[in-house]
Design a protein around this ligand. Structure first.
Ligand code: GUN
Ligand code: ZN
Length: 444
């Protein structure tokens, strides 16, 4: 429980002084080698700039001073991740459909046990914070009880999430299937309880797993719910692997392409988050743009399951809403730092600008989840979600701090993208409150 003194100490305006890097747009960064991030008592950013320009405005403000090897960046946004796959991340299989059958469905079935659901929820949601992820769009399991536990845990730990019960009424083991009407009633009830909870940190999403596990009745029911609750999200998978797409064609012969299946039932719009989209054709991309849907690019997962190469440059050029996703458990780890690197490596012939990768991991993700107006960078008026990173101190830089690349934002960002590691995350803040601090390493 938080003590009264801890609460009082959180109600103080603070200035966080250190190196600060944030994205202003897809191609634009702001960097202050000696900067200050000013946060008011409500956790809202009042200014961000160089220390010299802001230092005279700080009467009565507590100053938190960081070290030269530390860097302050906006919290990372994971636009696609599965809570119940945490324990089986990294378990290989030859294809998506075999991987689901071999590892995933059996693991998700374990969430019928409330103790197991509680333990994994606690582990996953605290690991998000330890990875600097301050906003995540999360799949749960089909169990309403386990879903309830995940929401309660997120509320307790202070996570920002867009999250929902995963809905399946066909083509999965019986233990994970539920009658359509029951699923629709359960998900509506969870939505009513949790959408907007914890001061807006928790938002609800309708989560049909993908077309293959969804009956037309289920998708039609979700279309109705979307009209009834227009500010609730819808999160699903789209066009990930060729065998999956062939099966979708067989199951929905009336659809010209995978996108049309969701389109037919009114599931696509500006609050729709579509994971993968690897094999979308030009026309599908154009339709998704016209519908203002968001894509979640999950390169680590796409490498792991050999799904194919995401058309990153075509998507960026069309200005679709786009964020990055770890897609744990097909992605092996939660760190958006490694996901940025994999997004770069996935493009065979194009060097993706570092600024664009960083944008996608922060502001782009927030925009994909329709929260760019209040999160994603350090513009005044936004909520103070940020991460403090410890860049490694080398034997040379510890003796000669001037060789540390903190004066050069391009070099700094390059190291972040290519070498960044979860262990670099020192502290994580959501709305100005510290929600994670790495334990000090005790040395003899
Ligand atoms: N398609 C349907 N379910 C899943 C899942 O759990 N992970 C991924 N990567 N793709 C899916
Ligand atoms: Zn997924």
């Amino acid at each position: 429980m938080t003590s009264p003194t801890a609460i009082a100490s959180q109600l103080v305006s603070r200035a966080y002084r250190g190196s600060i890097l944030h994205a202003l747009g897809k191609d634009e960064l702001a960097y202050f080698a000696d900067g200050a991030l000013l946060v008011d008592a409500q956790g809202v950013i009042t200014a961000c700039g160089s220390w010299t320009s802001l230092k005279d405005t700080l009467q009565g403000v507590e100053v938190i001073q960081y070290q030269p090897h530390q860097l302050i960046v906006p919290g990372f946004v994971d636009t696609h991740v599965h809570l119940p796959q945490m324990a089986v991340a990294g378990c290989q299989a030859p294809s998506l459909l075999e991987w689901l059958d071999t590892h995933i469905f059996a693991e998700e079935a374990r969430f019928a046990d409330a103790d197991y659901a509680r333990a994994v929820s606690e582990w996953f949601l605290s690991e998000l914070l330890a990875n600097g992820t301050t906003l995540a769009s999360v799949f749960l399991t089909s169990h309403p009880g386990a879903s309830q536990i995940a929401f309660e845990t997120a509320a307790r730990l202070g996570n920002r999430v867009v999250m929902g019960q995963t809905l399946m009424d066909r083509h999965a083991p019986d233990s994970l299937l539920r009658p359509t009407a029951q699923l629709l009633a359960e998900t509506e009830s969870l939505c009513k309880q949790w959408h907007g909870a914890n001061d807006g940190r928790i938002q609800y999403a309708w989560v049909p797993r993908f077309a293959l596990t969804s009956s037309e009745e289920l998708m039609s029911g979700l279309g109705t719910l979307r009209r009834q609750f227009p500010d609730v999200f819808l999160h699903t998978h789209l066009s990930e692997q060729l065998a999956e797409i062939a099966a979708v064609k067989a199951q929905f012969p009336w659809a010209h392409d995978y996108t049309e299946v969701y389109e037919r039932f009114g599931l696509l719009g500006s609050r729709t988050i579509l994971a993968h989209g690897i094999h979308l054709c030009d026309e599908e991309l154009d339709r998704l743009k016209a519908l203002d849907a968001s894509l979640a690019h999950c390169p680590s997962s796409n490498f792991f399951l050999k799904s194919g190469r995401f058309r990153l440059m075509d998507v960026l050029q069309r200005q679709l809403r786009l964020g990055l996703g770890s897609d744990v458990g097909a992605g092996p780890a939660l760190s958006l730092l490694t996901v940025m690197k994999d997004a770069q490596y996935m493009q065979a012939d194009t060097l993706v600008p570092l600024a664009t990768l960083f944008y996608l991991a922060t502001l782009g993700g927030a925009e994909a989840l329709l929260q760019g107006h209040r999160l994603g960078n350090f513009e005044p008026g936004k909520e103070a979600d940020f991460v403090v990173l410890d860049l490694p101190v080398t034997p040379v830089s510890s003796r000669m701090p001037e060789v540390h690349p903190s004066q050069d934002s391009e070099a700094l960002l390059s190291r972040l993208v290519y070498q960044g590691h979860q262990q670099w995350i020192s502290e994580t803040f959501i709305r100005g409150q510290r929600v994670y601090q790495r334990a000090a390493i005790v040395q003899d």
